[in-house]
Design a protein around this ligand. Structure first.
Ligand code: PLP
Length: 282
């Protein structure tokens, strides 16, 4: 089965898709996106992802092209056409093609694109062992709640993390841990789960919301507040949440071993929540 592409309501093989070089997404990063995955062939949390797409579009005054029901139909059609056992859907909406000028064009039509590729799950060994992370200055813009295609700081951070032998970069702004380059960050300290509050400094992760619910169901006290880098390094456990990482233990930060007794191993709360998440999607 081919990878599926989609441009403005038309499905076609991915390699045949094109957009204008004058597209504002390309020239200004003037656009937004979503990433949705399937479990058992069904899009996971589709409504939550589309609701966030709508919030992001509204925040940058971008018309949505279609109502959410039509978007949902296109996503489901794309998944069906791909025929993959599991798919990863990328949606992007930009302010369209127009002669280059910062001001919104009077007449450009938004460009809506979608790709559907096979979802290859993360190496299960990483989920079992946990991963290393490094902290990094959060020099992103002030509206990280908007899922904007402007990902240069995230790209730079993830590359630096890779060069340091780590999986994820954890952003720190004004001394506070905000989130990862591709994930939200949770710590466990003295039996409490703590994560940054929703607001302009983080993306309101769909997986984050699910983990907050799962933690509450497990009777784990939850705090939504920022932690300092020092608190992060002294955490009993740290884990990441996200569509692609699911629930992923962090066992080393800036070279310091995290985990029960500084073991550098995933902790019991993370393992419990990881299992609860797998039950939910399995
Ligand atoms: N934070 C950032 C910066 C992200 O890019 C992502 C996912 O792409 C997340 C958090 C996690 O969000 P979600 O759980 O909706 O995938």
């Amino acid at each position: 089965m081919p990878d599926i592409g989609f441009v403005n309501g038309r499905f076609l093989p991915l390699e045949e898709t094109t957009v204008s070089v004058e597209d504002r997404g390309f020239q200004f990063g003037d656009g937004i996106y979503e990433v949705i995955r399937t479990y058992h062939g069904q899009p996971f949390q589709l409504d939550a992802h589309l609701a966030r797409l709508e919030r992001s579009a509204r925040a940058i005054e971008l018309p949505l092209s279609w109502n959410l029901q039509q978007w949902a139909t296109y996503v489901c059609d794309g998944i069906k056409q791909s025929g993959y056992p599991e798919s990863k859907v990328y949606l992007q909406l930009t302010r369209g093609a127009a002669p280059r000028d910062h001001v919104f064009p009077a007449s450009a039509k938004p460009t809506a694109v979608m790709t559907v590729r096979e979802m290859k799950p993360m190496d299960s060994a990483l989920h079992a062992s946990g991963v290393a992370a490094v902290t990094m200055d959060d020099w992103r813009w002030g509206r990280c709640d908007i899922k904007s295609v402007n990902l240069l700081p995230n790209v730079m951070a993830r590359q630096k993390a890779k060069q340091a032998g780590a999986f994820e970069a954890l952003f720190i702004r004004n001394g506070q841990v905000t989130e990862g380059a591709v994930s939200n960050v949770m710590i466990v300290k003295s039996g409490r789960m703590i994560t940054a509050p929703e607001g302009e400094q983080i993306l309101a992760g769909v997986t984050r919301t699910i983990l907050l619910e799962l933690a509450r169901k497990e009777g784990l006290p939850v705090e939504e507040r920022f932690v300092t880098r020092d608190e992060l390094l002294r955490a009993d456990e740290i884990f990441l949440t996200g569509t692609t990482v699911e629930v992923l233990s962090v066992i080393r930060v800036d070279g310091k071993a995290i985990g029960p007794g500084g073991s550098g191993k995933p902790g019991p709360v993370t393992l419990k929540l990881q299992a609860a998440f797998q039950r939910l999607v399995g």
